[in-house]
Design a protein around this ligand. Structure first.
Ligand code: ZN
Length: 139
């Protein structure tokens, strides 16, 4: 794809440099056949350096995941070559099936069918805790 001219797709911009790959995996884009470009360490006047993800398909992206990884990111929806929507992020109160609890004794480790749910418990420090055992989400 020509990464400069997406006709219909999603551009996630202003991602903190170094977070692009992590976001790519958490959005499960590695599990799709879509044409996706990750552009790393783009020089930005505002941020110094930033990452950008361009998805050459008009798909719904999980805004909660993007907000979790980087609340400062912006999501641009492109249709027919024009920017039709720009979305600002807000930290989600819960994250479902995004993070996996690391506590081996957590019920989600043994009950495979349970959803992995994390709750925002400290907005200022962006702390999420497992709904079931309150273990802090890491990384
Ligand atoms: Zn847990």
């Amino acid at each position: 794809m020509n990464i400069d001219s997406i006709q219909n797709g999603v551009v996630i911009d202003h991602i903190q440099a170094g977070q692009g790959m992590r976001l790519y995996h958490l959005l499960k884009l590695d599990q799709t056949e879509l044409s996706v470009a990750i552009i790393r360490n783009v020089v930005s006047h505002k941020m110094g350096k930033k990452d950008i993800i361009k998805i050459d398909a008009d798909i719904p992206v999980n805004l909660d995941v993007i907000a979790y990884v980087d609340p400062g990111a912006t999501v641009n929806i492109i249709r027919n070559g024009a920017l039709v929507e720009k979305r600002q992020m807000e930290l989600p109160l819960t994250l479902t099936d995004v993070l996996v609890c690391k506590n081996p004794r957590c019920i989600t480790s043994t009950e495979q069918e349970l959803h992995h749910i994390f709750k925002l418990t400290d907005r200022e420090n962006k702390v999420y805790r497992c709904l079931y055992c309150e273990t802090k989400a890491g990384g």
